[in-house]
Design a protein around this ligand. Sequence first.
Ligand SMILES: [Zn+2]
Length: 442
Amino acid sequence: MELTILLVSLLLSVQTVSPCLLESERHGGHIQRQRSAPYVRRQSSNDTLPPIPVARGDRFQGGKLIPQGLGLQAEGAKIESILNLDEIHSGMAGLAREFNIELIEAPVKTYENRTIVGARAAGKDGKVRAMIEANIHARERGGPDHVLYFLADLLSAGRTGRGVTFGGVSYTHAQVRTVLDLGLLVLPTVNPDGLAYDLATDKCWRKNRNPKSANATKPDSIGVDLNRNFDFLWDFEKEFAPHTHPASAQPGALDFHGTAAFSEPETRAIKWFLDQHPDLGWFMDLHSAAGVVLYPWGDDSNQSVDPGNSFANTSADSIRGIVPDTANATYQSYMLRADADVYALIGSNMVNRMADSTGTVYAVTQSVHLYPTSGSSVDYVYARHLRDPTKGKVFGFGIEFGQGNEDNPDCIFYPTVSRHNSNIVEVAVGLMEMLLGATQYS
Ligand SMILES: [Zn+2]
């Protein structure tokens, strides 16, 4: 296992990866361009591909038409634009009209008075065992599209008796049914304010749009990084070693963690969805663009030998987050051996089949090997049962889909048409593998 971790770490360090917070952005910077890999304009301007455009209008006509991903279309089919916010909602409305699914609104309003909506496709027994969310980081374009198309393809295949094919990977109708029978809750955008702003301005916007901590003279200082705002080691200044930078307490920083755990309506809405669905056992949070499948923990390296040495151990606060260990910083984060095995097994199935689908090679690793984090969704959902034994265990995964778009150095998170279509396929396969794995371990 140690060797595996070492190899993954080496793989991540030698590849040009673009995790959703760039190294240049982690230390108070606002630099969107990836300075560590300077952009070199190609000789001919004709061969620089533009990012995929954002759609105008509403391709689903207010819910009269239903979304269709790539799983049921002929080979070579292509999706030519990113869904706008209206389309995300009209696509969900179309699915609700056409299939026996329910749209649920969290009873929380965002700063700009929007609602976070989930589509619930309950399983055969009426239960919901897996929750899939996207777009917690607004600029990571394509996340809402991936989950909406995935759900649409499963529902259509489930009703027509067909299987689905994503690139080089096919699933039978029986496998589709198995996944639908689990029961799915899908949240295409959990940051609608950030998404609306990013789509309207192309500003490579990551956070939400809460201005309460912002400097009024600096519009770019608005917002909280929602994926540092969950109640998991949120108070990093107290709970992590100095200089490990798992988040920022500076309003205006791209990873500003807010004024308290769950200070933001968006994270409270996600918690509400989790609380409302006690049968959940599986969770996916979509990001881009590092080409990595991630699982807990994000606070330090995992170990499965010393249960006392865990995220809950406050005596480790001064040394948490130092990876690799040093002579004076020996803390590693405890994970039950059986859970570590489930994460490793399902994670490797995911990346193997994702590679089969398009040829794109993803790595799989615990998230701290990208960088330490505090207050992230995946750690929070998996820690809930450890902090409150009345709650069920929820395995949390993340996919950082795709690769940074070097053709668009102003925002590498806006994919090209070709990359977006590959991402749709790869994410669908990653989700199928997680959910098929879930059927074995639920
Ligand atoms: Zn992200």
